[in-house]
Design a protein around this ligand. Structure first.
Ligand SMILES: NC(=O)c1ccc[n+]([C@@H]2O[C@H](COP(=O)([O-])OP(=O)(O)OC[C@H]3O[C@@H](n4cnc5c(N)ncnc54)[C@H](O)[C@@H]3O)[C@@H](O)[C@H]2O)c1
Length: 315
């Protein structure tokens, strides 16, 4: 199987690509992004600059490397998307359409696309499952509902195997997050380690579902390799933990006792956070392909502080 990873230089791709290369072989995983500086510094060959909004650039890579599977990570995330809706539309909607059309024309084996809890909205009941009310209020969320619906459509109409994870906020230390609403859960660690204080941009009682990167990587591999006959939906909720900003503050203070936290909610991001569910139900992923998260708030906090301290304090 030969993979193309789009948007490979982001928070998830930076960690997913080494795992894919380890498992399927370096030359079977072609990485691409528009960020040429990071492409050159983060990854070995094969790597190609390719903009998902320019169909020909993606087609050239598919042909040159005889790709079977696209892992489509290129996207503009929630908070950045609200600041620049037209860019979010071009990348998240037109880019998505290019990827699906190319996959159909070249008869690829699979397109794997992460969705997001941003598909939900204020009308969604608590702890939603995979089939729930999805009336998002951000352009990012709207583009992710479209991703899911179009993915299902291409699967039903053309037999293209489109599948993906509906991810909550992703916490990780190797690469910085790219402009999402849950980025405070990562930033708090950087600031706690370097400055001993952090100003959260949400209220202390803001509770959101989250997942730690090792669980994300495990879920990607499990769902990529899952037998299609066992899948009962194309997009699956996965959750590792759910905590409030205050609980994160307290978890960090256990290990950095002089950590001080302040709260100055940012109207845009607070509004987005308030429109998302506090937890999501991932029973179906557990049942269909054996999903089991391994990282909770406590374990993740210890690991984040240990690894980030090593990385930041040696610089
Ligand atoms: N990180 C999270 O918390 C989170 C949560 C839910 C879902 N997701 C989804 O996971 C996927 C990957 O997210 P991430 O956190 O790695 O995002 P990120 O913002 O860190 O990385 C996105 C990458 O896409 C690249 N990119 C942007 N425009 C492009 C274009 N036109 N052509 C090619 N590449 C382009 C960027 O240079 C960047 O390297 C996205 O679909 C995102 O919606 C992420």
């Amino acid at each position: 199987m030969k993979f193309l990873v789009t948007g490979a230089c982001g928070q998830i791709g930076s960690e997913l690509v080494p795992v894919l290369r380890q498992r399927y072989g370096r030359y079977n995983v072609v990485v691409s992004d528009i960020d040429t500086t990071r492409l050159m510094t983060v990854f070995d060959e094969p790597s190609v600059k390719a903009d998902v909004t320019i169909r020909k650039e993606i087609e050239n890579v598919i042909e040159a490397y005889d790709i079977d599977v696209i892992i489509h990570l290129a996207a503009i995330l929630s908070a950045r998307g609200e600041e620049n809706p037209s860019l979010a539309w071009r990348v998240n909607v037109e880019g998505l359409y290019n990827i699906l059309e190319i996959a159909r024309e070249y008869d690829l084996d699979m397109v794997f696309i992460p969705s997001s809890i941003a598909v939900y909205g204020p009308e969604t009941p608590d702890n939603p499952g995979d089939i729930a009310i999805m009336r998002p209020k951000t352009l990012y969320g709207i583009s992710k509902v479209l991703t899911e619906l179009l993915g299902e459509y291409y699967y039903m109409k053309y037999g293209l195997d489109v599948r993906g994870l509906r991810l909550p906020g992703v916490i990780s230390w190797k690469a910085k997050p790219g402009g999402g609403t849950t980025d405070y859960a990562v930033e708090a660690f950087y600031h706690a380690i370097l400055r001993r204080e952090y100003v959260f941009w949400v209220r202390p009682d803001t509770r959101l579902p989250m997942i730690y990167m090792p669980d994300v990587l495990k879920a990607f591999i499990q769902l990529i390799e899952a037998d299609d006959n066992k899948l009962t939906v194309r997009f699956y909720n996965v959750q590792g933990m759910s905590f409030s900003a205050k609980e994160l503050e307290e978890a960090i203070r256990k290990y950095i006792p002089d950590f001080k936290a302040y709260y100055k909610p940012d109207p845009l991001r607070q509004k987005i956070a308030d429109s998302w569910p506090k937890t999501i139900d991932d029973t179906r992923a557990r049942r269909d392909w054996g999903w089991r998260p391994e990282w909770d708030l406590e374990k993740m906090t210890v690991d984040m502080i240990e690894n980030l301290s090593k990385m930041l304090l040696k610089q």
